[in-house]
Ligand binder design. Sequence first.
Ligand code: KQY
Length: 363
Amino acid sequence: MSFLIDSTPRKDGFRMPGEFETHAGTWMLWPERPDNWRNGAKPAQKAFVAVASAIAQFEPVTMCVSQVQFRNARNMLPGNVRVVEMSNNDSWMRDCGPTFVVDGKTARVVDWDFNAWGGLLGGLYFPWDLDDQVAGKVADIERVDRYKAPLVLEGGSIHVDGQGTLMTTKECLLNENRNPDKTQAEIEDLLAGYLNIKKFIWLNHGVYNDETNGHVDNICCFIRPGVVALTWTDDKSDPQYEISQENYEILQSATDAQGRKLEIHKIHQPDPVLIRAEEAEGVDAVEGTLPREAGDRMAASYINFYLCNGGAVVPTFDDPHDSLALAELQKLLPERKVVGVPAREILLGGGNIHCITQQQPKA
Ligand code: KQY
């Protein structure tokens, strides 16, 4: 049983830990909708199996799956991945799933409002009511108590260092399609209360052409407190150049909640990933969802990796930059095993490995 708590985590002495802190496990959702995933989601399902299997080397993984796909998912996933039935609208556990907070003894869940990245103002599908219930269902399965936060927010739009600092983008959190009735100060106030945050670092934009309205988890992340990695390009003619350069300057002049200057590491992006004709043709056309057109550029970035106990699971794109990104991340994360997983099929759905995973910290 999970109880709804009428308070805030900060008042109760809870905080959101950094992803690099120890996990009890990882939550994922199984892909199936054919208007987002090509060829009836079959190639994406294989990619999700590869991600789940890579993470399961390091910590327990739970895959939430609709009733229709339950047998197929159970059959495709290795035995060490727990499979539970859960209705859903799509498969982005980072965004519709719970944000866990801890106090050193207990874990609790923060349950945000979810509107599919913009609701009726450019959101990515309708309806999203099943996704909006995912966080509460996870809390129930885990028997952890839950806070309901009065804020539209996706987990991929924030990163924290676990020591009072939160990093986000204005493009997403201040977008009129998320919380049009709230000012930046009111949003900060809510995040401070629900995640125990003392310092905000506001980047401007996310990755070029990111359909989430610039989620931070695709452009910049904490490697550990005081150390960040930022997606980068040396190509001044690439639209990503100015975006990354501007964020670099913001990060350079920022200090975190502990008063530290940040150590910033640039990770060069892959070459532009464009949708191929046969990939676009494999996506069902349905009114109200984003069309996939051949030649469209997807928001490919190595920063969309996932840290798990002793590991880092990093997207690869069959690109000449893959090996450099993996080597640089391995250097930055010497205490972890860096594992590359081919992720083009996940990217074609609009996100990547970080977007499809959600950590449950160890209480
Ligand atoms: O966090 C993400 N990148 C999710 C994007 C959703 C895409 C739906 N087509």
